[in-house]
Design a protein around this ligand. Structure first.
Ligand SMILES: Cc1cc2nc3c(=O)[nH]c(=O)nc-3n(C[C@H](O)[C@H](O)[C@H](O)COP(=O)(O)OP(=O)(O)OC[C@H]3O[C@@H](n4cnc5c(N)ncnc54)[C@H](O)[C@@H]3O)c2cc1C
Length: 425
């Protein structure tokens, strides 16, 4: 999609980042009548938001996020009817196999959260499992199932969302990196982009994996890291699996055209970066749980990020322009492993043909929860980032509550009480 516009001199709000969080925020701000501008250094959805698996799930979410995920799913239903085309939105459920002791216990524990929030989640015995997942080989003791969970096509959804922003009067500027926040008298006065200044009393940082670096010169420390997640898309097949499925080391989702998104769920590569060294301590508890599946990598990324200036100059080309799109290399051995696992789980899919393989850089926080908050040390700045691998599903809800913060409306504060900046110490 090519979205071109002239740089406006003033706006009511500028959103930094044209991913699902930035575009959803802009949509709800534009709906509220604000003159909103999204600045995106690459193009809409070019990083995580168009590379994800497309799951919109409540299942497995941290209790602090469940109210927002419930709300977000309602908004997905609304958005799917608002747009004039199919964005692949389907309510098909999420299924977690209890195929290891750890997952068996985790599934039981999560069922308690589901009951507390009155969700439609249930444990399925083997017979019921074979009905919802025909052709599955008996490997699991049982499975956790939330039928009301959904999915959508990330590419189509992002395009449609960007069009909704523009229909409501918002502007989206692609190839427009924001180098920094303009501050006057101790509060936000706008942004400095690579093409010039935009004056605005409110700025939203929705920069995904770049948010930590973006916020640092403002004196805000976000202990954010990045992990690389690899994905495979198959050719269409006749095999029909309704719900999205998670098992030990595999995530699977059937798309409306019959192709499958197949991914090494939970397995990721973590590049060692200067931030990794800076924040390692905060990640120790999470790392202890995932050290079998998250592999540390020493790559050129360390030197690249080491060469970044502490604060990007407002006058010169910044790292945001030098790397318009984070485009990590996929891990082919993980993909090969997950293909074998797919064949073990669904023998009918053992010879599935690969259509495409890609990877995305996921931004994570130590507690795997996002930060959605106003910044009290810099009035006018709102931060909405750190979605830790599940920001697509929660995106519309997160965008709406972020917009509420900009608008100074407290009506969604109960949805984000566990997601404030202050919890990070
Ligand atoms: C492989 C993979 C699978 C995933 N699967 C799922 C899933 O099934 N379900 C789910 O809910 N989530 C999933 N996720 C996570 C989800 O995609 C992300 O949490 C979500 O897209 C984050 O959205 P965002 O808008 O915060 O970030 P992004 O989509 O990364 O967008 C941030 C944007 O900000 C721009 N930007 C940054 N700095 C600047 C600047 N200074 N100036 C201008 N622009 C800037 C970037 O170019 C980028 O486009 C997955 C992610 C990956 C990578």
């Amino acid at each position: 999609m090519s979205i071109r516009a002239h740089l406006p001199k003033v706006a009511d709000a500028v959103v930094v980042g044209g991913g699902i969080i930035g575009c959803s925020t802009a949509y709800y701000l534009a709906l509220a009548g604000l003159d909103v501008v999204v600045c995106e250094k690459g193009w809409v959805g070019c990083e995580q938001s168009s590379r994800n698996w497309g799951l919109i799930r409540k299942q497995g979410r941290h209790p602090a996020e469940i109210p927002l995920t419930i709300h977000s799913l309602e908004l997905w239903h609304e958005l799917a009817t608002k747009v004039d085309r199919d964005i692949g939105f389907r309510v098909n459920g999420t299924l977690y196999l209890s195929d290891t002791e750890k997952r068996y216990d985790a599934n039981r524990k999560w069922l308690e959260h589901a009951q507390a929030f009155d969700l439609d989640t249930a444990m399925l015995g083997m017979e019921e499992l074979r009905t919802v997942a025909p052709g599955i080989r008996n490997q699991a003791r049982d499975a956790l199932f939330t039928p009301s969970d959904a999915s959508a096509d990330p590419h189509l959804a992002m395009q449609a969302l960007a069009e909704l922003v523009m229909q409501e009067g918002g502007q989206i500027l692609e190839q427009c990196a924001v180098r920094g926040v303009d501050i006057e008298a101790g509060r936000v006065a706008g942004v400095i982009t690579e093409h010039g200044r935009i004056r605005a009393p409110a700025v939203v940082c929705a920069g995904g994996a770049w948010s930590g670096y973006f916020c640092r010169p403002l004196g805000i420390q976000l202990p954010q890291l990045k992990v690389i997640s690899s994905v495979m898309l198959s050719q269409p097949t006749d095999h029909v699996l309704g719900p999205a499925l998670w098992s030990q080391g595999m995530g699977l989702r059937r798309r409306p055209d019959g192709s499958y998104i197949v991914a090494p769920a939970g397995n990721a590569d973590c590049p060692i970066t200067p931030d990794f060294l800076r924040f390692a301590r905060s990640y120790l508890p999470t790392y202890r749980d995932s050290k079998e599946t998250v592999k540390l990598q020493f790559t050129r990324r360390f030197l690249t990020e080491l060469s970044w200036p502490v604060a990007p100059s407002h006058r010169h080309r910044s790292p945001f322009e030098c790397e318009r799109v984070l485009d990590p290399k996929p891990n082919h051995s993980l993909i090969e492993r997950v293909r074998r696992r797919l064949g073990d789980t669904f023998p009918d899919l053992a010879d599935i043909q690969v259509s495409r393989i890609w990877a995305g850089m996921i931004d994570v926080m130590p507690d795997e929860l996002p930060v959605i908050d106003e910044c009290h040390s810099l009035p006018g700045l709102v931060i909405s980032t750190g979605y830790s691998g599940h920001g697509f599903g929660i995106g519309p809800g997160a965008g709406q509550v972020t917009a509420d913060l900009v608008l100074g409306q407290g009506n969604s504060s109960s949805l984000i009480s566990g997601l404030r900046l202050g919890r990070l110490g």
